[in-house]
Design a protein around this ligand. Structure first.
Ligand code: 15L
Length: 269
């Protein structure tokens, strides 16, 4: 019976994916430091940290694919980012290798290339790293680990540079960057089922009317076709925040707010 291990199974995206990746005959093994709410009969729970090699290796036993979402989901102090996101992602890949898991899908982020300027939109799938934060650096490192584990050990390794995956768009930027929960489900399902994908880097975003900021070529090549559009929420977002102003510095780079001068670990303390 196919078993999928989801790290960060209790987190924002993990919680969205549980119902959307459930399939008859598929087990979702949810790993997190806090247990997920109400696990179903086809869900297994592992309470552990992604930094614990012994626990990760045990959790990878008999697994067909790992979806690695666990970690810090925004900017933080270097020590924390290094321990949880960088060392944790190494631990996940190496545990997968030790246990013979054939595929890892790594939740990277637009912040790996956050300092790509608007003049370079749509950002190509394999755009050279331009991280906007320590968090972005950890995503670049994760992509490098994915590449190494593919080339050295033959794992299929897909890096998804996710834009803004939330229940609904809540800011002017998200009218362009939103990835709906249902489209996220479609994207991860495509990554799980693509035939021998090898090493891939793809963006994750919905079919937003105000989008076109990033390439969807690799995501489509994996079998993803977005269906949702943040425009359905435009009236309420604009009522709350005003119409998007193209001169707002938040629109200067892909990474938006994360690229602002005050948005660093020092100031965010
Ligand atoms: C991310 O990578 C973050 O995890 C999320 O909290 C958002 O900030 C998102 O990017 C975004 O760019 O909107």
């Amino acid at each position: 019976m196919p078993t999928i291990l989801i790290t960060g199974g209790s987190g924002r995206i993990g919680s969205m994916l549980r119902q959307r990746l459930a399939r008859p005959g598929r087990i979702l093994r949810l790993l997190d430091i806090t247990p997920p709410a109400s696990p179903g009969p086809d869900e297994e729970v592992v309470v552990a940290s992604v930094t614990d090699m012994a626990a990760m290796t045990e959790a990878c036993a008999g697994v067909d694919a790992v979806i690695h979402l666990g970690g810090v989901s925004g900017e933080g102090p270097w020590d924390k980012i290094m321990e949880i996101n960088i060392h944790g992602t190494y631990t996940v890949f190496d545990a997968a290798r030790r246990a013979g898991v054939p595929r890892v899908i790594f939740a990277s982020s637009n912040h790996a290339v956050g300092f790509t300027p608007r003049s370079a939109f749509p950002v190509p799938d394999y755009a050279f790293p331009a991280p906007d934060t320590y968090y972005g650096v950890s995503k670049v490192t994760g992509e490098a680990l994915a590449s190494m584990y593919h080339h050295r050990y033959g794992l299929d390794a897909i890096c998804l540079r996710i834009l803004s995956c939330f229940e609904r768009p809540t800011t002017a930027r998200m009218l362009s960057t939103w990835l709906s929960p249902d489209d996220a489900g479609r994207l991860f399902e495509a990554c799980l089922t693509a035939e021998r994908p090898g090493f891939r880097v793809a963006f994750g975003v919905s079919a937003n009317t105000r989008g076109g900021w990033v390439s969807l070529d690799e995501a489509r090549a994996l079998g993803y076709e977005p269906r949702d559009d943040a425009e359905d929420y435009a009236a309420e977002v604009i009522a709350a925040h005003g119409a998007p102003d193209p001169d707002d510095p938040v629109f200067a780079y892909l990474g938006g707010e994360f690229t602002r001068p005050g948005y660093d670990a020092e100031h965010l303390k």
